[in-house]
Design a protein around this ligand. Structure first.
Ligand code: SF4
Length: 379
C-alpha cells in the first residue's frame, strides 16, 4: 500500500502558523489594512485583542507553554494581524524587556510546532528564516557559520561545537537540537524591534496606555524595589563587571550561568531583598519565575542565610566576566574606559570594590536576624 505524504502547507497556512517568517505578510495582501487601520479601526479590534492576548500569555509564561486558546480557531488573516499588532505594540513600548520576553515565548511556540512538523515543513521554515538546512537521513545538516550564529547564545553545554559531529563544513544534529537552533533564529529575529514611524508610535502608545502599564508592571526594571536590609543598593557604585551583568539583563540579553550566579550572590551580600534579586532577572530572555525563585533561594539561603560567597575577581576573569578594561558597548564614557580601582593590585573582589566606593556589604546571617549593617562582612 502506498504511503501518502502529508500535504505541504500552502503559503497562507505557513504564514499563519509561522507569522515571523519573511513573506508571511502576503496573507493579508487582499485585506491590505493600513497601519493606521490596524492601530485604530474598530474593524481590527479582534486582531488587537488577540495581539494583546499573545503578549499577556508571554508575560505570564515566557516558556511559551501557555498557548492562546483563541488562536487555534482564528482565521489565518486574524492570526497574522494579531502577531503583527503585538510586535508593533512592543516595538513602540518604552522598555525593551517586554519585547524580548514575548520573542522568547513566540520562538518557543514556533519551534515547538516546527519540531513536530514533517521534515519538508521543518526545512522550509529554516530556509525562509535564512538557514539552508538539509536532511541526510541521519539528522539535520547545518552549515557551520549558521550553527555558530545560532548556538552561540544558547547556554546549554550540549550545544558547544566541540561536542558536535562536524564534517565538510556541516554540523549534523538531531531533530530536537535543530528545532532548538531554529528557536534561537526566531528569537533573534523577533527581538529586533520593528522600525515604527513616530506618528504610529504615538498612536500605539496613546491608544494602549493601560495595557502598556500592565506590561511594565509585569516586567519591572531590575532594582525597582529597595533593598530589605543594609540600606539601599547603590548600583552606580557597582564594579564594572556587575554593572555590565545588570545591563545585559536589562537589555534582555543572555547572561551565562556563572554571571547569573555571581550577580545573585553579589546582590544578596549587597543587602538586596529576595524580590529585588528575582527582579534583576526579569529581563532575561528565558526568564522563568519559578525556576528563578528556586535558584535565588538556593544561592541566598545557604549557610543559614549568609548565602554563597560571590566569586572573586580571578574567577570572574576566568569566565570572561571581568570588564576592568572597559566595555566598548557601555552607555557612558566611564563604562567604556578602564576602571582605575579595578587595576589596583590590592583589588581582589567585587565586594571589596563596592565597599571602597561607598556601598555597604552585609553579613546576611546576622542581618536577617535583625543586625543589619555594613560592618559585618568578611570583605
Ligand atoms: S577587577 Fe574585579 S571588580 Fe573589577 S571588573 Fe574585574 S572582576 Fe569586577
Amino acid at each position: 500500500m502506498a504511503v501518502r505524504r502529508p500535504a505541504a502547507l500552502t503559503d497562507r497556512e505557513l504564514g499563519a502558523a509561522y507569522p515571523f517568517l519573511p513573506g508571511a505578510e502576503a496573507i493579508v495582501t487582499e485585506l491590505a489594512p493600513s497601519l493606521r487601520d490596524l492601530i485604530r479601526s474598530p474593524v481590527y479590534e479582534p486582531a488587537r485583542e488577540l495581539g494583546r492576548a499573545r503578549i499577556r500569555a508571554a508575560m505570564d509564561d515566557p516558556t511559551g507553554g501557555t498557548p492562546v486558546a483563541a488562536l487555534s480557531s482564528a482565521a489565518p488573516e486574524l492570526r497574522y494581524l494579531s502577531f503583527l499588532y503585538a510586535r508593533l505594540l512592543l516595538s513602540a513600548a518604552p522598555a525593551a524587556a517586554p519585547l524580548r520576553r514575548w520573542a522568547v515565548a513566540e520562538a518557543k511556540q514556533g519551534s515547538g510546532r516546527v519540531a513536530a512538523a514533517p521534515l519538508e515543513e521543518f526545512l522550509e521554515v529554516g530556509r525562509r528564516l535564512g538557514f539552508p538546512l538539509r536532511g541526510d537521513g541521519e539528522g539535520i545538516l547545518v552549515p557551520l557559520p549558521d550553527y555558530l550564529h545560532l548556538a552561540t547564545p544558547i547556554r546549554e553545554g550540549d550545544f558547544r561545537l566541540v561536542r558536535q559531529s562536524l564534517r565538510a563544513g556541516l554540523v549534523r544534529v538531531g531533530r530536537d537540537r535543530a528545532a532548538r537552533l531554529l528557536q534561537e533564529g526566531i528569537r533573534l529575529r523577533l527581538t529586533q524591534p520593528l522600525a515604527v514611524a513616530e506618528d504610529a508610535r504615538a498612536a500605539l502608545t496613546e491608544g494602549e496606555p493601560e495595557f502598556l502599564a500592565e506590561v511594565a508592571r509585569r516586567v519591572p526594571p531590575p532594582s525597582s524595589r529597595p533593598g530589605s536590609t543594609g540600606g539601599p543598593l547603590l548600583p552606580d557604585r557597582f564594579p564594572p563587571c556587575l554593572r555590565r551583568m545588570r545591563r545585559l539583563l536589562e537589555a534582555g540579553e543572555n547572561l551565562s550561568h556563572a554571571g547569573r550566579f555571581a550577580l545573585a550572590a553579589f546582590l544578596h551580600r549587597g543587602g538586596a531583598s529576595f524580590e529585588t534579586i528575582v527582579d534583576a532577572y526579569r529581563g532575561a530572555p528565558d526568564f522563568d519565575e519559578s525556576i528563578t525563585r528556586y535558584q535565588v533561594e538556593h544561592i541566598t539561603q545557604r549557610d543559614d542565610g549568609r548565602g554563597y560567597e560571590p566569586p572573586e575577581c580571578a574567577t570572574l576573569r576566568s569566565h570572561g566576566l571581568c570588564y576592568r578594561d572597559g566595555d566598548p558597548t557601555g552607555p557612558t564614557p566611564a563604562d567604556r574606559e578602564p576602571d582605575p580601582l579595578c587595576h589596583e593590585p590590592f583589588l581582589r573582589h567585587p565586594l571589596q570594590y563596592y565597599r571602597l566606593r561607598g556601598g555597604s556589604v552585609v553579613d546576611r546571617a546576622a542581618a536577617d536576624g535583625g543586625a543589619s549593617g555594613g560592618g559585618g562582612s568578611s570583605r
